[in-house]
Structures are given as structure tokens and as C-alpha cells.
Design a protein around this ligand. Structure first.
Ligand code: S3P
Length: 434
């Protein structure tokens, strides 16, 4: 149940650990020599999936106080005795598929209903080209996937779709097999794998939209202090912008430029954003971010080249677009169809519940923001998709604050635990108005 509450959004918050960096801290350390200590990992269900899959492949992972210790296996995993269940997590499946492609045995990956619907050919086709064998009931197009690795060969790939998951799966395959790989993407995607491989001693070069990993270069495990997750921060930042005179500090958030483009969009909408207290650890920058709501929310445009750098933040941005006065346009966001749910359809439906029109033209999303008060439904049934559930909670809270009703019931609230288990506590804390 979401309640109206009063006053602006206020507070200072430490976000959950960044989900993308957390996955990589476990998966990449499993490849290294020695032992890596992971502090501040994301504690959502997706990370449980990654740890279980790695343990199934013989990686020893232990809890020590507030840290996780990952014992590296120097690239050589152990055959699993069971199915490797990736749950809801596409990152787990696509990255672990790369690891498995370099092992001289068969690993069988599966996942929940949502993951079994998601496209896997984008990773299985290039892994086959490197020399891995991929089988499955759907011929490797969707999970379950049976991956039999072996001696892979060096390759160069030009990806049709920018995808950090695919790029990372291929980098992991090459690193584990000791071959080289070069990958070019149509637009830059997040580069956490590249930065972590570099910190581990890999012979790697990368820039916006390209990466080259050379063979050799022994990988040593690294200690990773995981910064706060910008994708979690975007939900609360959206709420700040949606409730006049609000301000919120997000402490120790990742400032990786491939993850903070949503802050630029909020600035385009008129919000004030200040970054301070910056520091870098294991190649990743973090800092405290202050977000101050604009007096009036301006509509915005997102260009195709920006999309991979804010793909997970689009449900949050769409909620603020609904409250802006005028038309916002997000170009080339068709990849949203292939996330944990069809988020393009989900956004259109969510906004419609509040009386806001959003249309899809080809791969573009156009939101006709209404400003002012929104109609508040009594009950929301978002798809069982963590980001859609949290975006629904943000829009519901904002609409209630703007005077559209006293409360509303949100179904599937438990889905937030996939990436942000403390989401509703955080929402309540910042909504307290103190
Ligand atoms: C992720 C990459 C993105 C993103 C996902 C996490 C990652 O997916 O949507 O939530 O950690 O690499 P794609 O790279 O497939 O677009």
C-alpha cells in the first residue's frame, strides 16, 4: 500500500551496491589467481543467482563479516553436477555462458520464466564462432542452454546491438581460454568488465564503443569495494524531481560515465545535480550526488547513442516525463522489449493507468507529459519485473503527493528484492518529509 504523505522528499541515503559491478566482482575473481574480497556487494536475488552458479562450478565463496571472499580458480572451473539456475538474471546467464565456453565440459544453464523468454542468440552465436558448442531445446536461441567448451580461437566481433552483457560474456570467454578478442559496438555500453579486467592485470585496451583483449596477461584476483547503484539511485532521483522543493543526497554512488547519463537527463529537465567527494577504487569512480527538484519540469529528448548508458533507468525517467509539461522523446529504445519484461509495453500501460498518454513509434517512445495532478488508480498490477514495480511505486508516490488521492495498492512489491531489497524502506525514509 502506498500512501500520500506530505511535504517534499528529503534525506541522505547510501544506495545498495551496484548490481553490475557486484556480478563482475564474483565472476571475474572466479577467473583469477588468489583470493578477492568483495565489500558492499548488491544483496538482491540476482547476486544470489550468480554466487550459486559459481559455487555449482566449483568456486569457493565465503562470507567474512560484511565482505565476501572469492577463491579464484585461475580460469579452470569444475563440472557442475546439476542444472545451473540463473533465476531472473540475464547478467548471470550471459556472463557465465562466456566462462563455460572456455571449459572442457558441458554446463547446463536455465532460469525463471522471464529469463527463458529472453534472447540468447546474441551471446550463443558469437561463442559458437569462437569454437564453443551450444545446444538446447530451442537450438541455443533461449534458455535452457547446454554449453560445451574447449579450446577457443581469437576473434573480432562487430555487435549489431550494443550490449554490455554480450561484450562481457565474450571477454570472459577469451580471458578464461587465453585467447584474444576484439569487440566493436554501435554505441558505447557500460565498461565495468574492462575496468575490472585491467585492475586484475589483463592486457586490455578500450574506449567508447570498442575493446581489445590480448592473449596472455595473468589475472590476479582483486579486492572490490562496490559503489552505490545508479540504477537504484535513478528511481529515488526521479521521485525527487517529481515532488516540488525536494532534495536528496545519494552517497557513494558510482560515477562511471557509462551509468550516470540519467543525471544529465534530469538536468535537461531542470533539476540541479551536484557531484562531490569523488574517489576511485579498482578503476571505478564514486561520489556523493545531491539532486534538487526543478521549479518546473521540462520535457526532454534522449538520443539513440545515449540509450545503452541509461537503458535500466528508462522506466524511472518515463515516470518523470509523465509529470513534465510537454512531449518527451526517447529514441531507439526497442531493447526495452527484451528486458525482464517487455518494458516498452509496461511503461505505456503504467502511464495510461495515471491518465498519461505514451506512444511507441517504431523503436521510439513518446510521452505526452501532463504536468500538475494525475489521476491515481486504486490498484497497480505492474509486470513481475523489479524495475517496473519500483517505477510504478515512484509514479504512484509522486501522483499521491501531488494531491491525486490518499492511497493505492501496489501488487508484486516483492519483486524489488531482485536488485534493491530495501527499496520500500528507503522510499518511506525519504518520503517522511523531515
Ligand atoms: C547489464 C547490462 C544491460 C542492463 C542489465 C545489466 C550488465 O544489459 O540492462 O540490467 O550488467 O552488463 P544489456 O547489456 O544486455 O543491454
Amino acid at each position: 500500500m502506498l500512501e500520500a504523505g506530505r511535504g517534499p522528499i528529503r534525506g541522505s541515503l547510501r544506495l545498495p551496491g551496484d548490481k553490475s559491478i557486484s556480478h563482475r566482482a564474483f565472476l571475474l575473481n572466479a577467473l583469477g589467481r588468489g583470493r578477492g574480497r568483495v565489500v558492499g556487494s548488491n544483496d538482491g536475488r540476482d547476486l544470489q543467482s550468480t554466487r550459486q552458479v559459481l559455487e555449482g562450478l566449483g568456486v569457493v565463496i565465503r562470507r567474512e563479516g560484511d565482505a565476501w571472499l572469492v577463491h579464484g580458480r585461475a580460469g579452470r572451473l569444475r563440472p557442475a553436477t546439476d542444472l545451473l539456475d540463473c533465476g531472473n538474471s540475464g547478467t548471470t546467464l550471459r556472463l557465465a555462458a562466456g566462462l563455460a565456453a572456455a571449459q572442457p565440459f558441458t554446463s547446463t544453464f536455465t532460469g525463471d520464466e522471464s529469463l527463458q523468454r529472453r534472447p540468447m542468440e546474441r551471446i550463443t552465436a558469437p561463442l559458437r564462432r569462437m569454437g564453443a558448442q551450444v545446444d538446447g531445446p530451442d537450438g541455443g536461441r533461449t534458455a535452457p542452454l547446454m554449453i560445451t567448451g574447449g579450446q577457443l580461437e581469437s576473434r573480432r566481433f562487430e555487435l549489431e546491438v550494443a550490449s554490455a552483457q554480450v561484450k562481457s560474456g565474450l571477454l570472459l570467454a577469451a580471458a578464461a581460454a587465453g585467447v584474444s578478442v576484439e569487440i566493436v559496438e554501435p554505441h558505447p555500453s557500460r565498461d565495468h568488465t574492462e575496468r575490472m579486467l585491467q585492475a586484475m592485470g589483463a592486457a586490455i585496451e578500450f574506449g567508447a564503443g570498442w575493446v581489445r583483449l590480448e592473449r596472455g596477461g595473468e589475472l590476479s584476483c582483486v579486492d572490490v569495494e562496490v559503489p552505490g547503484d545508479p540504477s537504484a539511485g535513478a528511481l529515488l532521483a526521479a521521485l525527487v524531481c517529481a515532488v516540488p522543493t525536494s532534495r536528496l543526497e545519494l552517497r557513494e554512488m558510482s560515477l562511471n560515465p557509462g551509468r550516470t547519463v540519467f543525471l544529465d537527463v534530469l538536468q535537461r529537465m531542470g533539476a540541479k545535480v551536484e557531484r562531490g567527494n569523488r574517489r576511485t577504487s579498482a578503476g571505478e569512480e564514486r561520489g556523493d550526488v545531491m539532486i534538487v527538484a526543478p521549479d518546473a519540469l521540462e520535457p526532454f529528448t534522449v538520443e539513440a547513442a545515449e540509450v545503452p548508458s541509461l537503458i535500466d533507468e528508462i522506466p524511472a525517467l518515463a515516470t518523470v516525463a509523465a509529470l513534465a509539461r510537454g512531449t518527451s522523446r526517447l529514441h531507439e529504445v526497442g531493447e526495452l522489449r527484451f528486458k525482464e519484461s517487455d518494458r516498452l509495453e509496461g511503461i505505456v500501460h503504467l502511464l495510461d493507468e495515471f491518465g498519461v498518454q505514451a506512444n511507441v513509434h517504431g523503436n521510439d517512445l513518446v510521452v505526452e507529459g501532463r504536468g500538475g495532478e494525475l489521476r491515481v488508480p486504486r490498484r497497480l498490477r505492474p509486470p513481475t519485473d523489479h524495475r517496473m514495480v519500483m517505477a510504478a511505486a515512484v509514479l504512484g508516490t509522486a501522483a499521491l503527493r501531488r494531491g491525486g488521492g490518499a492511497s493505492l495498492v501496489l501488487e508484486s512489491a516483492g519483486e524489488a528484492a531482485v536488485s534493491f531489497p530495501a527499496f520500500f524502506e528507503s522510499l518511506e525514509m525519504v518520503s517522511g518529509g523531515q
